[in-house]
Design a protein around this ligand. Structure first.
Ligand SMILES: Nc1ncnc2c1ncn2[C@@H]1O[C@H](COP(=O)(O)OP(=O)(O)O)[C@@H](O)[C@H]1O
Ligand SMILES: [Mg+2]
Length: 538
C-alpha cells in the first residue's frame, strides 16, 4: 500500500447524511431557480399560488398584492400579501421555512401546491443568494396578528424564527417578503408581469395588484363575482396508482388488513373486487396489516389492478375555470375582436386519472404578441390554473397546438397572426415534465384531448375569419362598381332620355342588393356550410 492510500475505515470516517435542504441548496435549479428572470418569476409564483390556494380553501375572494423593488440590478425585494385565512403562529416556521411540509401533500385534491417545497424553497433561495431571512406577517382578522423573521437551518431543514412581535392592528391574511439575489426584472414572456397577467386570466375571481420596480402599478380587477367550484377530495382510482404510491398509502394507513385498506383508500374497490384481485395477485396475503406490505407485494397488486375491469373514476374532483369565466377574463384582459372558448367533458388518462381540458382562442384586437416585426401567435399554457411560462418546447400543450393544421381554420401561419390560444388542463395528478412543473408531459391521450379542445374553438374562429374575408371581398367589389355608376348613368340617360339621377338611384339599388351591404346573413349561410368540411384527418 502506497503511503497516501486509505482503507475503508478511514474513508468512511467522512460518511455523513445530508438534509433535503442541503440537497436543494446545491440543486436549486430543480426548484425553478435557474436564470435570473426565471428565479424571480419562481419566487412570485410560489407565493401567489399559495395565496390563491389558501383563499380558495377558506372560501374568500382573493385580493392579492405583489410588489417588486429593485435593490440592485440583480437583487430584488418581493412582497406578496393576501387576504386569506392566515397561518397560525405555531405553524408559520414550518409552513414558510421547511422543505416538504405543508397542509396539502397528504390529500388527493386538485390544488396548485402539493409537495410542500414552494415557500421553503423561496426562503432557501433567499438565504443562498443574500444570507437574509424572510419576513412574514400573518393574522386571522381577530386581533391576533404577528410578524417575525424566518430563516431556514440548512443542516436540519428546521425553521429559525427571530424577532417575533405581536401586532395590535387587525389583519387578516398573510404577507411574506424577502430579498432575493441572482434575479432580474424584465417585462418579457418569462417575466413577472406576464406571469401575473396570465394568473389574472386563469383566476378571474381574484383581484391582483402588481407594483413593478419602476413604481408602475397595474391592477387586474376581479372580473367574475363567483367563486370557482371547490374541488372534491376523492380517493385515487386503482388504475392511476404505481407500486410506490401503493406502498406510501399502505404505510400510513390505519386499516385492519390489506383488503380493508384497498377498499378504504381507493375508489371503486368493493368486496367483490377484492375477491377478483385475490384470484390474480398470486402469493399476496390480503389479511396482513397494510404496513407489512412489501415492494414485491405492491408490484403484484398493481399488476392485478391492471388485469381486472373497473368502473371509470369519478370526475367531480376537478375544479375548472369555467367557459363563461374564461371568456369574461379574456375579453377584459386581451380585448380581442373575436373569442371562442370551450370546457370539455372530463377524460381519463392511464385508465385511472381524470383530467379536464379548457381551451379558448382570441383573435384580432390585442390578441397575439406585439413585436417589432408585427403580431405573432402565442400559446398561453396553464395547469390547474397556474401559468406555465417555461419549457414550452417539451410541453404537451405546445405539441397539440403544433399538430393542428391551422390553414384549415383560416390561419395561414400561426406564428404570424394576431392569435392567442389559451389552454388549461386540470387534474389531481398533472404529469409534469420534471420537478420545475413548467411543462405537461406528452402523453398521447392528453395531446389528443388537447387537440380536440383547441380544434373546437378553431372551427368557430374559421367561421369568423370566412365572414370577415368575404365581407372584405364584397366591399371592394361594391366600391369598384360604385365608382362607374356616375358615368354609366350619364351615358344611359343620353340613350334613354331618362333623368340621370333616377337612373343612378335604381342602379345603386341593384348593386346594393347584389352585394348585400350592411347585412351579412348571406355569409353566415356560406360559413355554416363550410364547417362541415373541417374534420382533422391526420
Ligand atoms: N399565503 C398563505 N396562506 C395560508 N397558508 C399558507 C400560505 N402560504 C403557505 N401556506 C401554508 O404553508 C404550506 C407550505 O407551503 P409550500 O411550501 O408552498 O407547499 P405547498 O403549497 O406545496 O403545500 C402550505 O401547505 C400551507 O399550509
Ligand atoms: Mg406552494
Amino acid at each position: 500500500m502506497a503511503a497516501d492510500e486509505k482503507n475503508a475505515e478511514e474513508i468512511f470516517k467522512e460518511f455523513k447524511e445530508q438534509s433535503i435542504t442541503q440537497f436543494f441548496r446545491k440543486n436549486s435549479q430543480m426548484l425553478g431557480y435557474s436564470g435570473k428572470v426565471r428565479s424571480l418569476t419562481t419566487v412570485i409564483h410560489e407565493y401567489v399560488a399559495n395565496s390563491l390556494d389558501a383563499c380558495e380553501e377558506a372560501g374568500v375572494f382573493p385580493d392579492i398584492s405583489v410588489e417588486v423593488k429593485e435593490i440592485s440590478e440583480s437583487r430584488h425585494h418581493v412582497t406578496v400579501t393576501d387576504n386569506g385565512p392566515g397561518i397560525p403562529q405555531k405553524h408559520i416556521g414550518k409552513a414558510l421555512a421547511s422543505i416538504l411540509s405543508g397542509t396539502k401533500f397528504h390529500r388527493y385534491l386538485q390544488q396548485r401546491g402539493q409537495q410542500g417545497i414552494g415557500a421553503g424553497g423561496c426562503t432557501l433561495f433567499s438565504a443562498i443568494t443574500t444570507g437574509k431571512p424572510i419576513h412574514a406577517r400573518s393574522g386571522t382578522g381577530k386581533g391576533s396578528s404577528f410578524e417575525c423573521d424566518i430563516a431556514i437551518d440548512i443542516k436540519t431543514n428546521k425553521p429559525l424564527i427571530t424577532n417575533m412581535k405581536t401586532v395590535l392592528e387587525d389583519f387578516r391574511g398573510t404577507s411574506v417578503s424577502g430579498e432575493f439575489g441572482d434575479t432580474k426584472y424584465e417585462r418579457s414572456d418569462h417575466g413577472v408581469f406576464e406571469y401575473i397577467k396570465r394568473t389574472a386570466l386563469s383566476n378571474p375571481h381574484a383581484s391582483i395588484r402588481l407594483v413593478e420596480p419602476d413604481g408602475k402599478e397595474t391592477v387586474f380587477p376581479r372580473s367574475v363575482n363567483e367563486m370557482p367550484k371547490r374541488p372534491k377530495q376523492t380517493k385515487p382510482h386503482p388504475l392511476g396508482i404505481s407500486a410506490r404510491d401503493l406502498l406510501d398509502f399502505a404505510h400510513i394507513a390505519d386499516s385492519k388488513n390489506v383488503s380493508s385498506f384497498l377498499m378504504e383508500s381507493f375508489s371503486r374497490v368493493s368486496a367483490a373486487k377484492i375477491d377478483e384481485l385475490k384470484a390474480v395477485a398470486d402469493g399476496v396475503n390480503f389479511d396482513k396489516r397494510p404496513r407489512e406490505l412489501t415492494w414485491p407485494d405492491a408490484e403484484k397488486v398493481v399488476e392485478a389492478f391492471g388485469k381486472i375491469k373497473w368502473i371509470a373514476p369519478e370526475t367531480d374532483s376537478l375544479s375548472v375555470i369555467g367557459a363563461k369565466q374564461m371568456e369574461t377574463a379574456m375579453l377584459n384582459i386581451i380585448n380581442p375582436q373575436f373569442i371562442s372558448v370551450t370546457e370539455r367533458k372530463p377524460k381519463i388518462f392511464k385508465g385511472g386519472i381524470p383530467f379536464v381540458v379548457e381551451a379558448g382562442i382570441a383573435y384580432g384586437g390585442d390578441a397575439g404578441k406585439k413585436t417589432e416585426e408585427g403580431t405573432k401567435g402565442t400559446i398561453m399554457r396553464f395547469a390547474n390554473k397556474v401559468p406555465l411560462l417555461f419549457d414550452g418546447s417539451v410541453c404537451a400543450i405546445t405539441e397539440a397546438v403544433n399538430q393542428i393544421q391551422w390553414k384549415r381554420y383560416g390561419i395561414r401561419d400561426f406564428g404570424d397572426e394576431p392569435i392567442s390560444v389559451f389552454v388549461n388542463i386540470s387534474s389531481v395528478y398533472i404529469p409534469y415534465n420534471g420537478i420545475g412543473k413548467q411543462a405537461v408531459s406528452q402523453e398521447a391521450e392528453i395531446i389528443e384531448e388537447l387537440k380536440l379542445g383547441i380544434m373546437e374553438c378553431a372551427r368557430k374562429l374559421q367561421i369568423h375569419i370566412n365572414k370577415q374575408r368575404s365581407m372584405h371581398v364584397r366591399e371592394s367589389r361594391y366600391k369598384t362598381i360604385m365608382r362607374y355608376i356616375g358615368q354609366l348613368s350619364a351615358d344611359l340617360s343620353e340613350i334613354t332620355g331618362e333623368e340621370p339621377v333616377k337612373i343612378e338611384e335604381s342602379l345603386k339599388k341593384i348593386v346594393e342588393n347584389k352585394y348585400d351591404m350592411g347585412n351579412d346573413t348571406a355569409d353566415e349561410e356560406e360559413s355554416d356550410a363550410d364547417t362541415g368540411l373541417l374534420e382533422e384527418s391526420d
